[in-house]
Structure formats: C-alpha cells, structure tokens
Design a protein around this ligand. Structure first.
Ligand code: NDP
Length: 283
C-alpha cells in the first residue's frame, strides 16, 4: 500500500496567512498582539524552540517578549512573573516554556497563568474547561493533531483512535478533543499491558510518548492512519519522531512526517491563539 505523507506545512501556511491579516488589523487599531514567553531553563532544545517561536511571531506581526528567569528560578518567582504578566494590560498571551527547574512541575506553577491569556491551554482551568466541553484555549499540539487529520480528509466520527501517551499537555487533552469529534478513544501509556494489540485494532494511531521508534509496523493495522507527535533528539542532533517510519510505511495509508507534520501546525495554532486572545481582550 502507498503511504501518503500527511504533511502539516500547507495547513500551517493557510492558518498563518489568516493570522497575519488579523494581527495587522489589530496593530492598525492599536498595538500589535503581544506574547510573553516565560523561560526558566538553560536547555538548548528549549532555546531552539523559543527562537523558532520568536521568528514565527515576527513573521506574523506579533510582538514577543522573552522573559528569562534563569534555570535556578523558584516556584514563587515563576508564579510571580506569570501573575504579573496576567495583570499587564499590554500582554495578550502567556506561554511558559518547559523544562522547568529541577524539582518544579508544571502543576506547581500553571495555575498562575490566567485562562484568558493561556494560549497553550496548560492551566488547570483551561484543562478543566476542555474536559467539560466548554470554551477555552486548548493545548496547541493536541489541537494540531485533530486539525491535521481534518485537513487530510480523515474522518473521526465513530472511528477508533489509539492515543499513545497520557500527559496533561498532549495525550489527555487530545483524547478530549477526539471525543468531541465523536471518535472512540483508547489512551495508552507506559503501563498498558499489550500496546500492539490495542494500537493494531485502531483505525488511527497517534504516537505521543517521546520514545524513538516506539510505534512500529506491528503496532499498526493495514490501512490505518498514523500521526507522529514525537519530537526526540536523534543521535546526529536532528529531530525524530516516535514512529519507526520504515516499518510503518507501506502498511499505513497515511503517516505524518517528523519534522514537517504536527510541528508547524502546532506553532501556527499557538500564534492564532495569541491573536484570538488579543482580539477578545480588545473587544
Ligand atoms: P511526557 O513525557 O510528559 O509523556 C509521555 C507519555 O508517554 C506518558 O503518558 C507515558 O506514560 C507515555 N509512554 C512513555 N513510554 C511509553 C511506552 N513505552 N509505551 C506506552 N506509553 C509510553 O511527554 P509529552 O506528552 O510532553 O510529549 C510527548 C512527545 O510529544 C514528546 O516526544 C514531545 O517532544 C512531543 N511534543 C511535540 C510537540 C509538537 O509540537 N510536535 C509539542 C509537545 C510535545 P506514563 O504516563 O505511564 O509515564
């Protein structure tokens, strides 16, 4: 079987074109939409990601402040910065980078991000709104998976989707979004007894575990669609996903590439959320 490459570049470009127009319209009537990126690490992968977000914002006419609190920042300092940005009328959107300093989890600090500016949907309030099916910002990566599937014309209603990974920022919110699309969802994790038995019974498999090559041909049914969310550092310094593309290609009907699949759509949706937040704040 020919495996179609489910790329995200076209979709990201379409979202970005719209975001750019909306950002320009907001700038004309006042100030450019403004995103605050709060960083508390010295991780090279995070620095690379922050830089790519800054460039994406610049291309779209979104102002971007990077607030570097240092890798030894404490819970109070991080919460204070998030709270201050929440109260700052000039800041439309807030994103907290991970990893956080050793010993600090997202749960320790994310409640300090006000929901109206929480453009990556990480705060407990945003996650609760999503679980309840109410309006709020949803985590961009999870939303990107659903948008990528829709863009490529893959139906979700009534279909069995296996999600590998149950983190609060990818797996769990993705399961909620898929349920809202009337899919039947199985969420797998590191204690799942027989991963291959479950994933190979699904029509769509989403790999979001952060494990290189976890999903192989034996995990995938003939003709299934596979979305690779993983962004792992390869031995050569490049980025590789969670799917062993070689063994899945020829068996799956579609596979999203890494890089170039979920990643560009995630960034585009984040920037769209920034403009959404700015528009609502100024309405
Ligand atoms: P986490 O480490 O927070 O969660 C990983 C999840 O995978 C956990 O639920 C874990 O299970 C599960 N898991 C780990 N090993 C296995 C295994 N052998 N079998 C089944 N399940 C397993 O990662 P994130 O959710 O933050 O990220 C997941 C991946 O997505 C990473 O590669 C990350 O880089 C990538 N990512 C990509 C983005 C993009 O825009 N493309 C954005 C955000 C993340 P358990 O709960 O039992 O520990």
């Amino acid at each position: 079987m020919d495996t179609v490459s489910l790329t995200g570049k076209e979709l990201a470009a379409a979202i970005n074109a719209d975001t750019k127009q909306r950002a320009a319209a907001l700038t004309e009537t006042g100030a450019a939409p403004r995103l605050a990126l709060v960083v508390a690490n010295d991780d090279p992968a995070s620095a690379w990601y922050v830089n790519s977000l800054r460039k994406a914002a610049e291309r779209l006419g979104i102002a971007c402040d990077t607030v570097d609190l240092g890798a030894d920042a404490g819970v109070e300092a991080i919460r204070a910065e998030l709270t201050a940005r929440g109260a700052d009328a000039a800041t439309d959107a807030i994103m907290l980078q991970t990893p956080l300093p050793a010993g600090i989890t997202l749960d320790d600090v994310s409640s300090a991000i006000v929901a109206t500016k929480d453009v990556d949907g990480v705060s407990p309030l945003s996650l609760g709104l999503l679980a309840a099916g109410l309006d709020g910002f949803v985590p961009a990566t999870s939303e990107a998976v659903v948008e990528l599937l829709k863009h490529h014309g893959i139906p979700l209603s009534g279909r069995h989707v296996a999600v590998v990974g149950r983190s609060n920022i990818v797996g769990k919110p993705l399961a909620q979004l898929l349920l809202a699309e009337d899919a039947t969802v199985t969420v797998c994790h590191s204690r799942t007894a027989d991963l291959a038995a479950i994933t190979s019974s699904a029509e769509i498999v989403v790999a979001a575990a952060g494990r290189i090559g976890l999903v192989t041909g034996k995990h995938v049914a003939e003709g299934a669609t596979v979305i690779d969310v993983g962004t792992n550092e390869a031995a050569d310094g490049g980025i590789v996903g969670d799917v062993d593309a070689e063994s899945v290609r020829g068996k799956a009907s579609g596979l999203s590439p890494v890089p170039g699949g979920v990643g560009p759509v995630t960034t585009a949706l984040l920037m769209r959320h920034v403009v959404d937040a700015a528009q609502r704040a100024r309405a």
